[in-house]
Design a protein around this ligand. Structure first.
Ligand SMILES: NC(=O)c1ccc[n+]([C@@H]2O[C@H](COP(=O)([O-])OP(=O)(O)OC[C@H]3O[C@@H](n4cnc5c(N)ncnc54)[C@H](OP(=O)(O)O)[C@@H]3O)[C@@H](O)[C@H]2O)c1
Length: 250
């Protein structure tokens, strides 16, 4: 059972996960690219279950560790400190935002496989990558709630996936196992399960400012496990980095 969640990255996704984890009774150790001091406001907001540390310290402290930084910095993740750990990879490949990664542009490799290559002594599980950071927080529901959503997870280690599924349950989600890291393209940007199903249709003719307010305020559309299974099973592979049709916030 996870008691402490280590977070490498404390931005939109990292802070949403930290809030859910604290609400679920877990301790969180947060880190970013600057220094623990820069996370003081977030730590204060989260309360006594939270502290800030360096990425290597967050890696060592976590029973589970989340890597939630721009994918362009994946090779900065502290591989030695993460050795032996299960690492949740939330990262998506948006070359226009974070720059091109030649191995992914060459085709055939999922972004999570690349992360696993860097973290050769860790067990990488892809999760939390297919829902936007607002809905990640607002869609969470207790086990057995009628409007609970599911999220896909993928990884090469069965026990690690079970551990991550347990975390998802504690944070408010069902998990749907979509296969190995090589299969994890099924939830990458541009696929049917990516972000859009958790949102209602956006009204037409909104200004940019109205679109932003709509994104922040629109309620979640619950996506049950059966729907996640259907969407991930029927998808067709895209070229890595082809993010057409996805929301720019991701
Ligand atoms: N935004 C979404 O809705 C969404 C949804 C699903 C998945 N994702 C994916 O999840 C990841 C995080 O997204 P985000 O929106 O949370 O990003 P974000 O708000 O830009 O936050 C990124 C965080 O990573 C930290 N960071 C950057 N480089 C680091 C390093 N080398 N070591 C430690 N920490 C580092 C940053 O710290 P500093 O501020 O100190 O630089 C910051 O705390 C991305 O890969 C994104 O593609 C995002």
């Amino acid at each position: 059972m996870t008691k402490t969640l280590g977070l490498i990255g404390a931005g939109n996704i990292g802070s949403a996960l930290a809030r859910l984890a604290v609400a679920a009774g877990l301790n969180v150790v947060l880190s970013n690219s600057r220094s623990p001091e820069t996370l003081a406001d977030l730590v204060t907001e989260l309360g006594e279950q939270a502290r800030a540390a360096t990425p290597a310290e967050a890696a060592q402290a976590g029973d589970l560790v989340v890597a939630t930084i721009p994918l362009s910095s994946y090779d900065k993740l502290p591989a030695a400190a993460l050795a032996g750990k299960t690492v949740i990879d939330t990262m998506n490949y948006y070359p226009d935002l974070v720059g091109h990664i030649a191995e992914l542009d060459a085709g055939g490799l999922t972004s999570s496989t690349l992360v696993q290559r860097h973290l050769a002594d860790s067990r990488v599980v892809k999760a939390f990558n297919n829902i936007d950071y607002v809905r990640l927080f607002t869609a969470a529901r207790p086990t057995d709630a009628g409007d609970r959503s599911a999220l896909p997870i993928a990884g090469d280690d069965t026990a690690a996936k079970a551990h991550v599924a347990e975390l998802l349950d504690a944070l408010g989600y069902d998990a749907v196992d979509t296969g190995t890291l090589a299969d994890s393209w099924r939830s990458e940007p541009g696929t049917p399960v990516y972000v859009q199903p958790y949102l209602p249709a956006q009204p037409e003719d909104l200004s940019d400012e109205e679109k932003w307010h709509w994104f922040l305020e629109t309620p979640v559309v619950p996506v049950p496990a059966a729907k996640v299974r259907e969407l991930t099973a029927t998808t067709v592979r895209r070229t890595a980095g082809d993010t057409r049709g996805t929301l720019s916030q991701d």
